[in-house]
Design a protein around this ligand. Sequence first.
Ligand code: GLU
Length: 288
Amino acid sequence: MSAGRFAPSPSGDLHLGNLRTAILAWLFARASGRDFLVRVEDLDRQRSRPRFEAQQLRDLATMGLTWDGPVVRQSERDHLYAAALERLTAAGRTFECFCTRREIAEAVRAPHAPPGSYPGTCRDLTEAERAARRTERTPAIRLRAPAREWTIRDLLRGEVTGPVDDVVLRRGDGAHAYHLAVVVDDGDQGVDQIVRGDDLLDSAPAQAQLAHLLGLPEPTYAHVPLALSPEGRRLAKRDGAVTLRDLSPERAWELIGASLGVRARSPAALLDELDPTGISLEPWVVHG
Ligand code: GLU
């Protein structure tokens, strides 16, 4: 099976930018004969709410989108993430990391370190050092990344090479990390085309490398432009009528259609009218 997907986090209402991404994900999938799946990314238990999940699914349906198979929830799939982590550990691909955020931030102030990267502090601790540190703190588990950069294929941008480092796979509090969950889910669900906002472009090389290390096929990506407010910020609720709470689905289609330069007001019409690989990479400035 090959599939595309939309994978919202149920931490708020979908705004016009999210709806546009969902519609484009649907279009990329259907235009290439793929199934289209919806996955609820409720890994962050603090921010996820069942009422947002229900509302998001209703909003997707209101826009006329249909998906294949049942909606899956990350909160119900911990066993898959644990099994993948065990496989990586058995292959010598993980290590325990005892660093606090602050320690990492201080260490990467070193010259030439890319911002946000892990300085490798715990990569080569001896067993005795690890045993001593374990008495102080439960470690996070990080990937022992074999490469420093990785190249992905993006349908809108061509080949994109980016830095990869020793990403966290399981946090100190025992929660599996976003990178691991996304990669395991996409592999398990047969997702070989990932369409999502271009705020996640920087995550793609690390995720593709992780897929490779888990023996999963590396997906093809399409990172689509984000929606911005007139001030150039990421679109948010405070920007006015930007969710289906304040907009009719007809009006939402009108705005999204105009942003794509098409007259289509339904998924089926869009499929006839638009080749998604040709869309503009400029951010969409929404006047809500
Ligand atoms: N759940 C993520 C979000 O809502 C998307 C992750 C992905 O598409 O890979 O931003």
